[in-house]
Write a protein that binds this ligand. Structure first.
Ligand SMILES: [Zn+2]
Length: 226
């Protein structure tokens, strides 16, 4: 029976003893309880990374007891670095879908694009989905059906070319027997969008516009008076 002291229903510390092999996160108990000072139980424990140390009984089930000190700082840097950008993405989705003052609202919320309840109510649930589904700091969230909502079945992490391909206002070109979208074409020939469009405007063919080398115009032609 657990006779751990509580206050207003909140557990103050646990008097439950652990057995060899009990686990919390990466930590496993490897000894019977022993006393170091006073009445407090201590255990020898081992982290999955191989680090062995002694832990106080009360810390074992706490979140800080899930890792050894080395793994904890590693896990924290991973989470703060990855999740800072993810939180930013999550906030921006919410704004696009629910804030009528936002400029992008007319393309999202107004068109019936929303967040599923699970993601709307919990950043952690969005984060866990992201990390389990190929999230990377170079990628952006993409809806597979661009009229559909933000939900696990309709979202993926994509690079900007993939995203552009999926957009409803794509510009397509028929080039060398291939139907290809503008952004992909520009990326393939490594050419700036403005340069490309101004060349087309000047009457260049598609091939010329893509393959003519870019001349840097940082020097003004000198006017010679002679
Ligand atoms: Zn460890």
């Amino acid at each position: 029976m657990d006779l751990s002291p509580t206050c207003c229903g909140v557990l103050l510390f646990t008097t439950v003893e652990y057995k060899i092999g009990d686990r919390n996160g990466c930590i496993e108990v490897t000894s019977h309880p022993f006393k170091k000072v006073g009445k407090i139980n201590y255990y020898s424990v081992k982290c999955d990374c191989g680090n062995c140390f002694v832990m106080q009984q009360g810390n074992f089930k706490k979140s800080l007891g899930k890792y050894c000190i080395k793994c904890r700082s590693k896990a924290q840097t991973f989470y703060t670095k990855e999740t800072r950008r993810l939180r930013h993405i999550w906030c921006h989705i919410k704004v696009r879908c629910y804030d009528k003052r936002n400029r992008a609202y007319c393309f999202y919320g107004q068109k019936g694009v929303f967040l599923c309840d699970e993601w709307l109510n919990s950043f952690e649930s969005f984060r866990d989905w992201a990390l389990a589904n190929g999230y990377d700091n170079s990628l952006t969230i993409d809806r597979i059906d661009s009229n559909g909502s933000y939900e696990p079945s309709n979202c993926r992490w994509a690079n900007w070319v993939e995203q552009a391909r999926n957009r409803s206002n794509n510009v397509f070109y028929d080039f060398e027997g291939e139907r290809i979208i503008q952004v992909e074409l520009l990326q393939r020939y490594n050419i700036n969008c403005q340069t490309f469009l101004s060349r087309i405007k000047k009457g260049m063919t598609l091939k010329e516009a893509l393959t003519t080398p870019v001349v840097k115009q940082n020097k003004k032609p000198r006017i010679t008076t002679k």
